[in-house]
Design a protein around this ligand. Structure first.
Ligand SMILES: CC(C)(COP(=O)(O)OP(=O)(O)OC[C@H]1O[C@@H](n2cnc3c(N)ncnc32)[C@H](O)[C@@H]1OP(=O)(O)O)[C@@H](O)C(=O)NCCC(=O)NCCS
Length: 177
C-alpha cells in the first residue's frame, strides 16, 4: 500500500496540520551577529547537527574562533543558533570553511544571507579572491554558490579527486570580489 504523504513525512499529525487544525509553529526571526567565546558550545551543537560526522571537533572550532572570529557570523533566533558561516584568510585569499543552516530552517534564504554577509566582510577586509570546496553531490550548496557568483577554480571544472582523502572528492570554486 502506498503511504499517505503525512505518514511518509514521519509526522503523524501532518495531515491535521495540513487541514489547519494544528497550524505550523511560527518560525522565530533570526538576527545576524558575530560570535563571542560564550557562543562556542552552542555553535558546536549547531555544527554537529548540520555536519554530523564531519563536524569540527570542539578543539578545532575553538582554534578557528581564535584565528578567524572576525569572519565568523551566526544567525540567532534568541533561543538557539540557526546558521553559521566561517571564513579563513591567507595572503589576501579568503576560504569559506563552513556554512550551514539548521535543517528545519532551510529554504528560507538564510544560507544566502550568511554568504552575502561573509562576502561583504571579506571585501571590507581587502580580500579580493574567495575560494571554497564542496562535495560534488551537494546540489543545494552548489546552487547557492554558483548563484552567488562562484565558478570552478580551474578550466577542467574544478573537480579534485581524493581532495579530503581516499574517495572524498571536492569541487573547488572561486569568486573574485
Ligand atoms: C547549503 C545550505 C547552507 C543552503 O541553505 P538554505 O538556507 O537552505 O539556502 P537558501 O534558502 O538561502 O537558498 C539559497 C539558494 O540555495 C539553493 N538551494 C537551497 N536549497 C536547495 C535545494 N534543496 N536544492 C537545490 N538548490 C537549493 C538555491 O539556489 C537557493 O536559491 P533560490 O532560493 O533563489 O533558488 C543548507 O542546505 C545546509 O546547511 N546544508 C547542509 C550543510 C552544507 O552542505 N553546507 C555546505 C557545505 S560546502
Amino acid at each position: 500500500m502506498t503511504a499517505h504523504p503525512a505518514e511518509r513525512s514521519g509526522d503523524p499529525f501532518a495531515s491535521l496540520t495540513g487541514q489547519g487544525l494544528f497550524p505550523p509553529a511560527r518560525k522565530r526571526p533570526v538576527r545576524m551577529r558575530g560570535v563571542t567565546e560564550a557562543d562556542l558550545p552552542e555553535l558546536h551543537r549547531l555544527d554537529r547537527e548540520v555536519f554530523q560526522e564531519v563536524a569540527y571537533p570542539y578543539f578545532m572550532l575553538r582554534q578557528l574562533f581564535d584565528m578567524y572570529a572576525d569572519h565568523l557570523f551566526v544567525l540567532d533566533d534568541g533561543e538557539a543558533l540557526q546558521g553559521y558561516v566561517l571564513a579563513g584568510t591567507v595572503l589576501g585569499t579568503g576560504w569559506v570553511l563552513g556554512l550551514g543552516v539548521a535543517r528545519e530552517r532551510r529554504g528560507e534564504g538564510l544560507g544566502r544571507r550568511l554568504m552575502l554577509e561573509i562576502l561583504r566582510q571579506l571585501r571590507n577586509d581587502g580580500v579580493r579572491e574567495v575560494r571554497l570546496t564542496v562535495d560534488p553531490t551537494n546540489a543545494a550548496a552548489i546552487a547557492l554558490y554558483k548563484s552567488s557568483g562562484f565558478a570552478p577554480a580551474a578550466a577542467d571544472g574544478g573537480l579534485r579527486r581524493n581532495y579530503f582523502g581516499p574517495g572524498e572528492h571536492r569541487l573547488v570554486l572561486e569568486l573574485s570580489l
